[in-house]
Design a protein around this ligand. Structure first.
Ligand code: ADP
Ligand code: GLC
Length: 487
C-alpha cells in the first residue's frame, strides 16, 4: 500500500504545532504495519540541506510561471518529497506568516501549488511510485482531493483528508479561482465555495473519498454548530465517510528514560528522577526550590482556543492553593502581555517563557507535576499525551481528544484505581478552579498521586492502534470504486 501524505509541517523539520508531530510520527508507525508513506512537504529554507538522496529530482510543470521540482530524499527517518519552489517557499521563519505577523498574501498560491503537485504525483509522475491513496492534512492540502476529483484524467488514487483543526479553513477571495485553475462549476455550495469565498478545507471535505479527524469525540463535535465553525452541515452530510482516529505520539522522541533534553532520565519505577527534574526546572526558571509546591505547567500556543485567559483568571486561586506555574508559549499579544505581567507580579511562583523552545518543552514535561490544558475546543491535543508519558498529570477541559485520553480522578475512578488526570466541564472559571482544587488535594496525598503517575505512564499513547486504523481505512479506500462512500 502506497500513501502520499501532503502537509505543510513535519516534525522535526518544520513545526508550529501538533500537525507537525503527527506528520512526523505517523508515517513511521504506518511503515511498521507495511504501509509505504512518502511525505510531500514544501522545501522551506534549509530543508534540502542534509537530505539523503532517494532518487532523481523531477521537474514539475511550471508553478505560476516559475520552474519547480520535486526532490525525493530521506531525513529524520522519513521518505520525503520536497517541493522545491523558492519563489513560493524560500522564506525563513513561520510557514504561514511574514515578519509583520500577517499571513503571506500569496498563501493561496503557495498551498494551492502544494496541493496541485500532490495531485500531479498521484497521477504517476514519480518514476516507479504511484500512490494508492493521497492523504491530505488540513486546509493547506485541501485542494488536492478537489484537483483529483475534478481532473479529467481519471487517476487511480483515492483521497482522504484529515481535519486537525476546523478553525483554520484556508479561505481566499473568489478571484483566486482562476489562478488556482479551479473550474467555475465548482464555485457552488455543494463544491468549494464557502460564503462567497474559495474554501480550501471545504474543498477537501467535499471532494475527498473519506474524512478523518484526530479523535472520536471531535468527530462527533464537528457535526454540531458549536464546534463545526460553519462547516458542520457539510460534515454532517458526509457523516458516513467520517471517522475519528486518535493521535498517538512518537515514543522515541518523547521518552523520559532517554530524553536528552531533560535533567535526569527516569521511568515508572524510579520516580525520584522526576523530582530531580522538578528541582532543575525550578532552578532554570527562577521558581522557588520547593518540592512540596504543586508545579503546574503549560506548553501551548497562546490563543483563545486554548482557554488560557481562564487560567489567568484562575491564577490567584492556584497561587492561594500553594501552587506554582511555569508557562512556555507564544501567540496572542494580549495573552503574552498578561502572562508576562503575572510573572513579574509573582516572582518565584510564576515563570513565563515567551517563544518557541522545543528542548525546554521537554524539560517542562519532565519537571512539572501537572500540565494544564483548559481548551475551549481541542481536536486531539498532544501535550496531555506527553504529560501522561512523563507522569505529569493532565488537568484538562472535557472536550475533543482531551476527553478521550484522560481518565478523570472522580471518586469511582480513584476507588477503581484507573484515574490518570483531572477533567472539567464546561470550560469556565469556576469549573477550572474546581479542577485545580482537586488536583492540589490529590497532590497532597502522596500515595494517590504516585499511583496516578504510575498509571498515567502506563497509559498507551503510542501510534500502533491508530496506525492500524489508518492502514485499514487505506485498504478500504483502495479497494473501493471511485466515488463510493467509505467506510
Ligand atoms: P496545537 O497543535 O493545537 O498547537 P497540540 O497539543 O496538538 O496543539 O500540539 C502542540 C505541539 O506544539 C506540542 O508538541 C507542544 O509541545 C508544542 N508546543 C506548543 N507551544 C510550544 C512552545 N512555545 N515551545 C515548544 N513547543 C511548543
Ligand atoms: C491541531 C489541533 C490539536 C491536534 C493537532 C494534531 O493543531 O489543535 O488538538 O492535536 O492538530 O492533530
Amino acid at each position: 500500500m502506497r500513501v502520499l501524505f501532503i502537509a505543510s509541517e513535519c516534525a522535526p523539520l518544520i513545526k508550529t504545532g501538533g500537525l507537525a508531530d503527527v506528520v512526523g510520527a505517523l508515517p513511521k508507525a504506518l511503515g511498521a504495519v507495511g504501509t509505504d508513506v512518502r511525505v510531500l512537504l514544501p522545501a522551506y529554507p534549509g530543508l534540502l540541506d542534509g537530505l539523503e538522496a532517494d532518487g532523481e529530482a523531477i521537474p514539475t510543470r511550471p508553478l505560476f510561471g516559475r520552474r519547480a521540482r520535486v526532490v525525493p530524499g530521506r531525513r529524520a527517518g522519513l521518505r520525503l518529497l520536497l517541493l522545491d519552489a523558492p519563489r513560493l517557499f524560500g522564506r525563513p521563519g513561520n510557514p504561514y506568516v511574514g515578519k509583520n505577523g500577517k499571513d503571506w498574501p500569496d498563501n493561496h498560491k503557495r498551498f494551492g501549488a502544494l496541493s496541485a503537485v500532490g495531485a500531479w504525483l498521484a497521477d504517476g509522475k514519480l518514476p516507479g511510485w504511484r500512490p494508492d491513496v493521497v492523504h491530505a492534512h488540513d486546509w493547506q492540502a485541501g485542494l488536492a482531493p478537489a484537483y483529483l476529483a475534478l481532473s479529467k484524467s481519471k487517476t487511480a488514487s483515492r483521497s482522504v483528508i484529515t481535519v486537525h483543526n476546523i478553525a483554520f479553513q484556508g479561505l481566499f477571495p473568489r478571484k483566486t479561482m482562476a489562478e488556482l485553475k479551479l473550474p467555475a462549476s465548482g464555485f457552488v455550495q455543494s463544491g468549494f465555495e464557502f460564503y462567497g469565498e474559495v474554501g480550501f478545507l471545504k474543498a477537501g471535505l467535499v471532494y475527498a473519498d473519506a474524512i478523518t479527524t484526530v479523535s472520536p469525540t471531535y468527530a462527533r463535535e464537528l457535526t454540531t454548530p458549536e464546534y463545526g465553525m460553519g462547516l458542520e452541515g457539510v460534515i454532517a452530510q458526509r457523516r458516513g465517510s467520517l471517522t475519528g482516529i486518535l493521535n498517538g505520539i512518537d515514543l522515541d522522541a518523547w521518552n523520559p528514560a532517554s530524553d536528552p533534553d531533560i535533567a535526569v532520565p527516569y521511568d515508572r519505577s524510579q520516580l525520584q528522577g522526576k523530582s530531580k527534574n522538578k528541582a532543575a526546572l525550578q532552578r532554570r526558571l527562577g521558581l522557588t526550590a520547593d518540592a512540596r509546591a504543586p508545579l503546574f505547567c503549560v506548553v501551548s500556543r497562546l490563543t483563545r482556543q486554548k482557554g488560557l485567559d481562564l487560567l489567568l483568571d484562575a491564577l490567584p486561586h492556584l497561587l492561594w492553593r500553594g501552587g506554582q506555574l511555569a508557562l512556555l508559549g507564544s501567540g496572542d499579544a494580549d495573552l503574552e502581555k498578561s502572562f508576562a505581567a503575572a510573572a513579574r507580579a509573582n516572582p518565584g511562583r510564576v515563570a513565563v517563557s515567551l517563544g518557541y523552545d522545543e528542548p525546554l518543552s521537554h524539560l517542562m514535561q519532565a519537571g512539572a507535576d501537572a500540565i494544564l490544558i483548559p481548551s475551549r475546543f481541542e481536536p486531539c491535543g498532544l501535550t496531555q499525551l506527553y504529560g501522561l508519558r512523563y507522569g505529569t498529570l493532565p488537568v484538562v477541559a472535557h472536550t475533543g481528544g482531551l476527553a478521550d485520553t484522560v481518565i478523570d480522578a472522580n471518586d469511582a475512578a480513584i476507588k477503581a484505581n484507573c484515574a490518570t488526570g483531572f477533567q472539567f466541564a464546561p470550560t469556565t472559571l469556576s469549573a477550572l478552579r474546581d479542577a485545580l482544587d482537586r488536583a492540589c488535594d490529590a497532590f497532597a496525598d502522596k500515595r494517590l498521586w504516585r499511583g496516578m503517575q504510575r498509571r498515567a505512564m502506563k497509559h498507551p499513547v503510542g501510534w500502533d492502534v491508530s496506525a492500524a486504523a489508518y492502514a485499514a481505512l487505506y485498504q478500504q479506500l483502495a479497494g473501493a470504486p471511485a466515488g463510493a462512500v467509505v467506510p
